[in-house]
Write a protein that binds this ligand. Structure first.
Ligand code: HEM
Length: 336
């Protein structure tokens, strides 16, 4: 039952609408406390509470398509145009790229049109698996309690977290050649959508057939090999799966994949570049991405996103304070 009395298990849901379950506020409070406790204890330079290892942050363009269907022509996607973007690729938890893991692609689009405007960033946070493994805030809290007290994730997967199976995997390709999904929904116009980014089928240059090295940093090495040594860029199709049925594509359960027909909204072009200088890697460490850096038309939806509003800012505040940095909102005009 949700707080507005809707019976979540028995249909009757509306497109684009949120249904916070009873008890969610307490679950978010407990999740925040546990997250701070678990991630507050690591010594040394404070990294992100999740996705701590970056493969690199790369510059890109984010080009809005000219043929977007009318219902989706809102916010950032209102009219065709090209924005600057900065993208952080990461591992979910592991520091050794040879371990099974989920990989992240965090996109920051710089939407300010001039130097006089204060910077406004639209972030899209995607991961290399179509669905999340926890249904709601209480579920992810149960996961964090179990794993922080020593229960292996593999054991949990067999019982209360079946969607953990396949959530992590061995990397067989470069981060530039993987597909990514938002897993959680976002508002777009009057409806809800989930985002994806797939390497485009037609690339401006043939993509290198890279074999990953046997190194803990094999994923960064593959990106350096492509973008810096061979000077080969890559493009991604960025698009949405719209919510077309509120009951079979629930806003409040990100373990369900939305299988509606995809709609392409933009092309992301990552051009050849050197991205692994000390200065640039440090900039990436000190910068913050969040689903809650958004234009008003692209509001995050669903309980997992409602929790992320607080958990991400806690994690960002904790690491910035511990590392003595005062982060500014990036403008997209930084250079290293
Ligand atoms: C309630 C569930 C979740 C919790 C508690 C959580 C927690 C976190 C935290 C603490 C960070 C680090 C924030 C920072 O210090 O900047 C983070 C980053 C990240 N999370 Fe989540 N997360 C959740 C759900 C998700 C989901 C559903 C996705 C799917 C796309 C996701 C993908 C990522 C990625 C890609 C990053 C790295 C962002 C970057 O590169 O800066 N997370 N998460």
């Amino acid at each position: 039952m949700s707080t507005d009395g809707t019976d979540l298990a028995n249909g009757g849901l509306q497109i684009g609408k949120e249904y916070p379950p009873a008890g969610e506020a307490d679950a978010i409070k407990n999740l925040r406390e546990l997250h701070l406790k678990v991630h507050g204890v690591t010594p040394g330079t404070k990294l992100r509470g999740e996705h701590p290892k970056q493969h690199g942050g790369v510059w890109a363009t984010f080009q809005i398509a000219s043929d977007i269907p009318a219902p989706y022509k809102v916010g950032l996607f209102q009219k065709a145009g090209t924005y600057r973007a900065f993208i952080r690729f990461s591992n979910g938890r592991s520091f050794d790229d040879r371990d099974p893991d989920v990989r992240g692609m965090a996109i920051k689009v710089f939407t300010s049109r001039s130097e006089d405007e204060s910077p406004v960033n639209q972030d899209f946070i995607l991961a290399s698996h179509p669905v999340f493994f926890a249904q709601n805030v209480q579920h992810i809290l149960d996961f964090l309690i179990a794993t922080s007290t020593g229960t292996p994730a593999a054991k949990l997967a067999m019982t209360t977290f079946p969607k953990l199976i396949g959530f992590t995997s061995l990397a067989t390709k470069s981060p530039l050649q993987m597909s990514y999904w938002s897993q959680t929904p976002y508002q777009l116009g009057t409806g809800a959508v989930k985002y994806f980014a797939h390497p485009a089928l037609e690339q401006p240059q043939p993509q290198p057939d890279l074999v990953l090295s046997n190194s803990e940093n094999s994923l960064r090495e593959a990106m350096v090999e492509q973008l810096t040594r061979r000077k080969i860029g890559v493009t991604f199709d960025f698009g949405i799966n719209p919510q077309t049925d509120a009951n079979t594509m629930p806003v409040e359960d990100p373990t369900v994949e939305w299988m509606s027909a995809p709609v392409r909204l933009a092309t992301i072009s990552i051009y050849p570049q050197r991205f692994d200088s000390q200065e640039q890697m440090q900039f990436v460490e000190n910068t913050a991405w969040s689903p809650w850096n958004f234009l008003p038309e692209h509001r995050p939806l669903g309980g997992i996103n409602r929790a992320r509003q607080w958990v991400y800012s806690d994690s960002q505040d904790m690491r910035h304070q511990a590392n003595g940095v005062t982060p500014a909102i990036p403008t997209g005009r930084e250079s290293f």
